[in-house]
Design a protein around this ligand. Structure first.
Ligand code: NAD
Ligand code: ZN
Length: 253
């Protein structure tokens, strides 16, 4: 069954004029970064309302930084896994137009993808909430929380907190990509964080085929998704990309 769906996905990708991927935290689990929801998820330890809202960062930054410092340590030591490398190869082969990612770990760039829309920002970059000075996260000491700028202001990663708006450029670009694709790969995302979770519906209503890859069913499965491939992104994506390579070479031979 899974093999049939992998072949079907490869065929859909080859036939499509424009393929876009929407990725979520599940993509980076195999790189050692915990997702928010589900087993082993960060929410098992930290209640988002208590830790991850912008108001909490403003009023009690030391508390938010308990969660941020854990994420930062994981992100800075993580390396792209086979799922990231497969999407990079798909782009190189000319079969992937762009990635819209909810991830803040920068691993798509590190894997070699050029066209990445970071919907929720990037945790590798930070800035001072007082003077705006930019600093790389790897240069921030996490010994005393919250970390501070030379000016005394609190530092924050360049990510979108709950209660904050999506960067306008990312929103505009991802809407354009979503409305103009004819295949959307929806990988490792729980369909629970808005507005990213509406993108597959928008793509579908513009006529795109939605291919979902996840270890478990989500709110998209059976509704928005045309078909669901159950499995780890790091196992399924390399198989799809190998099939795309084989079939497209056969076509051009
Ligand atoms: P989520 O944490 O809500 O859900 C993760 C999804 O990934 C689940 O549906 C789960 O079943 C699936 N999954 C887990 N392991 C998988 C695997 N090996 N292969 C395929 N699927 C797998 O993630 P989300 O939907 O991206 O939304 C949460 C928000 O959390 C995002 O907005 C993002 O900003 C943030 N976040 C980012 C990172 C990161 O950058 N790596 C990590 C945690 C949270
Ligand atoms: Zn400062």
């Amino acid at each position: 069954m899974t093999d049939e769906l992998i072949n079907r996905a490869a065929e859909d990708i080859i036939k499509a004029k424009k393929v876009v991927a929407l990725t979520g935290a599940g993509m980076s689990v195999e790189s050692g970064i915990a997702p928010f929801r589900g087993k082993g998820g960060i929410w098992e330890k930290y209640d988002p309302v208590e830790y991850a809202y912008i108001d909490v960062l403003r009023t009690d930054p030391g508390k938010t930084w308990i969660l941020l410092s854990e994420m930062q340590k994981e992100i800075l030591k993580a390396k792209p896994n086979p799922s990231h490398l497969s999407l990079a190869e798909l782009e190189r082969l000319g079969f992937l137009s762009s990635i819209i990612t909810q991830n803040v770990d920068g691993l798509h760039h590190e894997a070699g993808n050029k066209n990445v829309i970071e919907f929720h920002g990037n945790h590798r970059q930070a800035y001072c909430m007082e003077c705006g000075k930019q600093i790389k996260s790897e240069e921030i000491s996490l010994e005393t929380l919250p970390p501070r700028c030379d000016c005394g202001g609190v530092l924050r990663p360049d990510v979108v907190f709950f209660g904050e708006a999506i960067p306008p450029e990312a929103l505009t670009k991802s809407n354009q990509e979503t409305r103009s694709c004819d295949v959307m790969l929806v990988i490792g995302t729980s369909a629970e964080v808005q507005p990213a979770a509406s993108l597959p519906d928008i793509a579908k209503s513009s006529g795109a085929t939605i291919i979902e890859i996840n270890i478990e069913e989500t709110g998209f499965t059976g509704y928005t998704s045309d078909y669901f491939i159950k499995g780890k992104a790091g196992e399924i994506l390399p198989k799809i990309v190998n099939k795309v390579k084989d079939e497209s070479t056969n076509l051009s031979a």
